[in-house]
Design a protein around this ligand. Structure first.
Ligand code: HAM
Length: 410
């Protein structure tokens, strides 16, 4: 029989990487909580039209990358390719806007995109992300970017920040006309997809990854020259706040992002250390999306980071707790050993009870393999062995042993 294999683009995350996964997610969670964000747990499956209407018909995600299927009830559904659309749907559907003020939500979990797999790019990947609904101040833009910076700094990940403004509706209209006529002049230099995009969604051409398209649009007009006064002011304020916070940034006038819902501020945190898939965290404002999906007119902004890409950049995990190994000297002491392990775990001590039976030597071999800091031999008179020094002590009872162990571990 042929061996069963995981599906292309999907991964098992185990060992050191699983530890890094937890570390990344837990670090992000701590910071979300420090910024007073609340968690929202969103479904993996949504009506396909949610993504078409938010991410945008002409984007690669919708055109090529969605896992779409019909469920047994004949509903056309999709595995979520991102979290923002679901968060907006929930914000509207659950009436979160009715709570008043503004809402700050975070989420984590798997996303699915049928992309060509390579280092840092998978078909199932995981994001940590956050969204703020109901504030249109540049203060919110600055605080969101600061929060992402804090997460990356906590993980000791060295990345650069790029920002741009896509302007508001008015700015965009003017710009899109100019861009269209520029692109029409160079139509024959563009890829097939981009030629179609000229009329339908010209901004997407600037996001094309094909070299010829990049070259052909090198001197394309830039949106920053078309910003309305309001958009310009917001962008200036944001820059002022970032500078004031000591956050370095570079303005990248070609940064348009791969999803259609953005307005005004967009940003990406990028590294050169993991090859072509260098964007580790990205986001921006989407002031028209809530209304577009049938909710009240609500400005919003957010970001998401790819956990797998962060894992590739995390170098050192925080030191782990030492493990104490419990070995029943003979099988008569199995129950006593279970109780000993229970007692240690209740004290918060990381404990491995050797579950295999056999010679003491073979079980000591396992203890060595586990890199145990101490070994407890359970018998009438329990013994404690310090694996660093090799020293071994005999005790009258377990309580005395545990007292000594506690002081050694502290
Ligand atoms: P995005 O740029 O499509 O934005 O994805 C955000 C991050 O997810 C990327 O920067 C990358 O780190 C990670 N990522 C994306 N695709 C893959 C993949 N195939 N394999 C591994 N990692 C990947 C969004 O998803 C928006 N929802 C962000 C946002 C939230 N904007 C506003 N609020």
């Amino acid at each position: 029989m042929s061996q069963l294999k995981k599906v292309r683009g999907f991964q098992d995350i185990y060992g050191e990487d699983a530890k890094k996964y937890r570390y990344v997610v837990e670090t992000a969670r701590k910071i979300f909580e420090r910024y007073n964000f609340e968690e929202i747990i969103l479904p993996f499956v949504e009506d396909v039209s949610l993504f078409i209407r938010s991410v945008g018909e002409e984007t690669d995600i919708i055109q090529k990358e969605m896992y779409v299927f019909e469920d047994r009830g004949g509903r056309k559904v999709a595995l979520r390719p991102e979290g923002t659309a679901s968060a907006v749907r929930a914000y509207i559907e659950e009436g979160l806007y009715a709570k008043g003020g503004y809402q700050k939500l975070f989420y984590e979990g798997a996303m699915f995109r049928y992309e060509r797999p390579q280092a840092g790019r998978y078909r199932q990947f995981h994001q940590i992300g956050a969204e703020i609904f109901g504030v249109d101040t540049p203060l919110a833009d600055a605080e969101l970017i600061k929060m992402v910076r804090d997460i990356l700094d906590s993980l000791k990940i060295d990345v650069r920040l790029e920002i741009n403004s896509l302007g508001d509706f008015e700015s965009r209209k003017l710009y899109v006309e100019k861009l269209k006529s520029f692109l029409k002049e160079r139509e024959n230099l563009l890829c097939d997809d981009c030629r179609k995009r000229i009329e339908r969604n010209p901004l997407r051409v600037l996001d094309c990854k094909i070299e010829e398209c990049k070259r052909a649009t090198e001197d394309a007009p830039v949106i920053l020259d078309f910003l309305s006064e309001r958009s310009m002011e917001r962008f200036e304020k944001l820059k002022e706040y970032l500078t004031g916070l000591g956050i370095d940034y570079r303005i990248n006038p070609r940064l348009v992002r791969g999803l259609d819902y953005y307005t005004d501020t967009v940003f990406e945190f990028i590294t050169d250390k993991i090859g072509a898939q260098g964007t580790v965290a990205a986001g921006g404002r989407y002031d028209t999306l809530v209304k577009q999906l049938g909710g009240p007119d609500t400005p919003a902004l957010g970001f998401a980071a790819g956990v797998e890409r962060l894992i590739l950049l995390v170098e050192n995990l925080p030191e782990e707790k030492p493990v104490v190994v419990v070995i029943p000297l003979i099988t008569d002491f199995n129950l006593e050993s279970l109780k000993t392990a229970e007692m240690l775990r209740k004290l918060g001590i990381k404990t491995e009870l050797i579950l295999k039976e056999g010679s003491l030597k073979s079980r000591m071999k396992l203890a060595n393999k586990l890199k145990g800091s101490f070994v407890i031999f359970v018998s009438e008179k329990p013994e404690l062995k310090d694996m660093m020094t090799g020293e071994q002590e005999v005790f009258d009872n377990l309580d005395d042993l545990v007292e000594v162990l506690k002081s050694r571990l502290s």
